[in-house]
Design a protein around this ligand. Structure first.
Ligand SMILES: [Zn+2]
Ligand SMILES: [Zn+2]
Length: 550
């Protein structure tokens, strides 16, 4: 209730804060408390999407004890890019004693190594607990990476994300960056090193984790680097880090040999609880999947995410993937098969739909893996038609063990008929607590809904995205837009959980991110100004302070 009536958006707060107040949602009697808390929080958070850092802003932040600052400023060809000197005000923040969360996302600005030096000045900010830096495509080389290692003295940092995708970091730079593992309080660390210039030696440095006392979650994005079997072998050493419970390895666009796959299968033999392997575009085949399926023997895994997008698989390979759903301890499985080609398609005549084969080869894990509670199945762009939808629908209506289902069928060949199969199975699946279906870019139009005899019942809030085509939808009146949700009408899921965060499938919807930030920008500039859009409740309180007034 309270977040809907507030002019500030939920997503503006750090996720930790959202988590801690989320449990109040829905308790009407607590709403006034939440509102006051919310207003207090608004004064402690600064979010700037389109402006560079400024001395005035930071001085204000210092004097008001701001706890969270977010900058998201993406460089593009049409707007002037940030210069290194524009980051100089960051030094002021090192004096803060209250700042916990800092996000500095400056992709595509050509900041160079100097940008890293400016950011490294934050090493004196003792209050920081969470730091997220995005310096994608900024002409940074080993020197810049060495500058960033100054951050290893931050005494209370628990969460560190550094994205250095598309720079020129070599083995020496990686060696510098891994010094950050030494942060004394670090529990979550994410290093984005996609498309840089290091090789197997760099990977070796990355995996020599020097016994960090508290590191629980490690994410390494190594997309598109020159990593051979030796490199993969180094990566497998990570399974020996005793504190680690979650590991996310992005090896997409890295050629993976059968030996490499065999080594990755070795993660079955470790105490990891959460494993996320992105093996998209990696030239793996059924034989490779056979090796990875040894993960079937893992004893501690609670969640497994496997992305094999843009590879070619056959019936055998899908059988191996299916086996993964039956890991005894597994509760959550994410399988991304976006743009996967079925081997049968390569040799077959035109009338075989490869997507339907993928569905019929895979659909049974929905039914067989009775331990599984959460399933995210992404089948984007796989050529599934109504027949495939029927098979899927049939499996869903039998998978009584599932509690959460995310089903992505973006960019397939479903018509109204196929969607109706799915819709009917959703209605039957009363055991589902949460359901997201993504059906954008299929063969139906929102207006097709008229052809269906859909009973108009009370609107439901399960998130299902059915927009046939973005441009079409924009031209429509609101009434017509309502029809986009025709698939929802009549859904009667008990205890439905509203998924208000995701409008796009996690593994497919990258581009939607920037659009979101852009629209947010207009609303968010208010955080330090008097609240001009006060609702009734605000005016009743009458004591709305804001930093702007002081
Ligand atoms: Zn998807
Ligand atoms: Zn996907």
């Amino acid at each position: 209730v309270f977040y809907l009536s507030s002019p500030m958006r939920f997503g503006d707060l750090p996720i930790e804060v959202i988590r801690s107040i989320a449990s109040f949602i829905g308790w009407l009697c607590l709403t006034p408390v939440c509102r006051r808390f919310w207003q207090a929080l608004r004064l402690k958070c600064i979010r700037r999407v389109k402006e560079p850092p400024s001395i005035a802003l930071f001085e204000k932040a210092l004097c008001h004890g701001v706890i969270s600052i977010t900058f998201q400023l993406k460089g593009c060809d049409t707007e002037p890019r940030l210069t290194t000197t524009q980051l100089a005000p960051l030094t002021i923040l090192s004096q803060s004693t209250t700042l916990n969360f800092l996000t500095l996302h400056f992709p595509n600005h050509n900041l160079g190594n100097g940008g890293c030096t400016q950011i490294a000045s934050l090493a004196q900010c003792r209050s920081l607990t969470s730091l997220s830096i995005d310096l994608t495509f900024n002409s940074i080389n080993d020197l810049g990476a060495h500058e960033l290692q100054a951050l290893r003295t931050l005494p209370h940092l628990m969460q560190l994300n550094i994205d250095l995708k598309e720079n020129e970091i070599g083995n020496g730079g990686v060696k510098g960056l891994v010094q950050l593992y030494n942060l004394p309080s670090l529990t979550n660390c994410s290093l984005g090193l996609a498309y840089n210039i290091f090789d197997c030696e760099g990977v070796k440095f990355l995996c020599e984790v020097p016994q960090p006392p508290k590191l629980r979650s490690l994410t390494l994005d190594l997309t598109g680097n020159a990593i051979d079997d030796d490199g993969i072998q180094h990566l497998c050493a990570l399974r020996l880090v005793p504190t680690l419970t979650a590991l996310h390895l992005n090896l997409s666009n890295v050629d993976l040999s059968e030996e490499a796959m065999q080594m990755l299968g070795g993660f079955a033999d470790c105490s990891l609880q959460h494993l996320n392997l992105n093996l998209g575009q990696s030239n793996i085949d059924d034989e490779g999947l056979k090796y990875i399926s040894t993960l079937r023997n893992a004893t501690h895994l609670q969640s497994l995410s496997l992305n094999v997008m843009e590879n070619c698989v056959g019936t055998e390979g899908l059988r191996y993937l299916r086996a993964l759903a039956q890991i005894d301890s597994l509760k959550t499985l994410t399988l991304c098969l976006s743009s996967v080609t079925h081997m049968a398609d390569v040799v077959s005549d035109d009338d075989i739909f490869p997507g339907n084969l993928i569905v019929s080869d895979l659909a049974t894990p929905l039914n067989l893996a009775t331990n599984l509670q959460c399933l995210h199945l992404c089948l984007k762009d796989t050529g599934i038609d109504d027949k495939g939808a029927y098979i899927l629908a049939d499996s869903i209506s039998k998978a009584t063990h599932l509690r959460r289902l995310n089903l992505c069928l973006i960019g397939n060949l479903l018509t109204v008929k196929g969607c109706t199969f799915l819709r009917d199975s959703f209605i039957k699946a009363t055991w589902l607590q949460s359901l997201c279906a993504y059906l954008k870019d299929n063969e139906f139009r929102p207006s097709d809904a008229n052809k269906l005899d859909v009973q108009q019942q009370s609107p439901t809030s399960t998130s299902i995205c059915t927009q046939a085509d973005e441009s079409d939808v924009q031209e429509q009146t609101q009434d017509q837009q309502k029809q986009d949700c025709w698939l929802l009408d009549g859904l009667q899921l008990p205890h439905k959980q509203i998924d208000f965060v995701t409008n796009y499938c996690e593994c497919c919807g990258v581009e939607s991110d920037s659009e979101l930030s852009d629209t947010d920008a207009d609303d968010d500039d208010e955080s330090l100004e008097p609240d001009s859009t006060s609702s009734d409740a605000d005016s009743q309180n009458g004591d709305d302070h804001s930093l702007g007034e002081d």
